[in-house]
Design a protein around this ligand. Structure first.
Ligand SMILES: Nc1ncnc2c1ncn2[C@@H]1O[C@H](COP(=O)(O)OP(=O)(O)OP(=O)(O)O)[C@@H](O)[C@H]1O
Ligand SMILES: [Mg+2]
Length: 177
């Protein structure tokens, strides 16, 4: 379609040049400026859809950022973080932990699970698919709270740790496991 338009434009321009209504330079200047503007305008279409995608992504981001955290709050006045001289050894204990996902409360994933991993010990969780191995890690990462029971790190309830400090320990240092 554009090819036809440019062809007609070139033909019309040349007729005006032949009638001495237009200089050759002006005709080509006009011709190329229209051609380049047309191509640029055509490319605007893809930019508009990218802008729309960016706007949607930004909306998702702010929606997630502004969510209220529903995990259990710390009992302490100040959650434990990396400040001060507190040193995390990495002692992990599950005490009678029971858990089911909120979307399937009737399906018990963990029923009174207890174990104690002392700092420096190597611990393997083995079981068939769906037995709850990843859920143990998700609970340690505080994606969820146990329905019943307690999880402790260095003898302190896990909900008393600053969540960003916990994630920092796990991600940057692989400190606890
Ligand atoms: N987000 C979720 N919502 C609801 N149910 C879930 C969710 N994640 C896992 N489950 C269910 O919880 C149970 C335990 O799942 P989990 O992923 O902990 O098992 P797994 O032992 O890690 O399995 P795999 O060896 O396949 O990784 C499974 O029955 C699974 O279907
Ligand atoms: Mg898994």
């Amino acid at each position: 379609m554009f090819g036809v338009m440019y062809g007609i434009g070139l033909w019309y321009g040349m007729t005006q040049v032949q009638k001495n209504n237009l200089k050759v330079g002006d005709m080509f200047g006009c011709y190329f400026s229209f051609m380049i503007s047309g191509v640029s305008l055509g490319e605007m279409g893809s930019v508009v859809s990218d802008l729309q995608n960016g706007k949607t992504a930004a909306n998702h981001y702010f929606h997630v950022k502004q969510r209220t955290i529903v995990i259990k709050a710390a009992d302490l006045d100040k959650p434990i973080d990396g400040s001060g001289d507190r040193h995390i050894k990495g002692d992990i204990e599950f005490r009678n932990v029971s858990f089911a996902y909120a979307s399937a409360l009737d399906k018990v994933v963990m029923n009174q699970l207890s174990f104690h991993i002392r700092a420096g010990q190597t611990f393997a969780i083995v079981g068939p698919s769906g037995s709850g191995k990843s859920t143990v890690i998700s609970l340690l990462e505080r994606f969820y709270d146990p329905l019943v029971g307690e999880i402790l790190i260095d003898g302190q309830y896990i909900h008393n740790y600053d969540i960003e400090f916990l994630v920092f320990l796990y991600v940057y240092f692989c400190y606890v496991f």
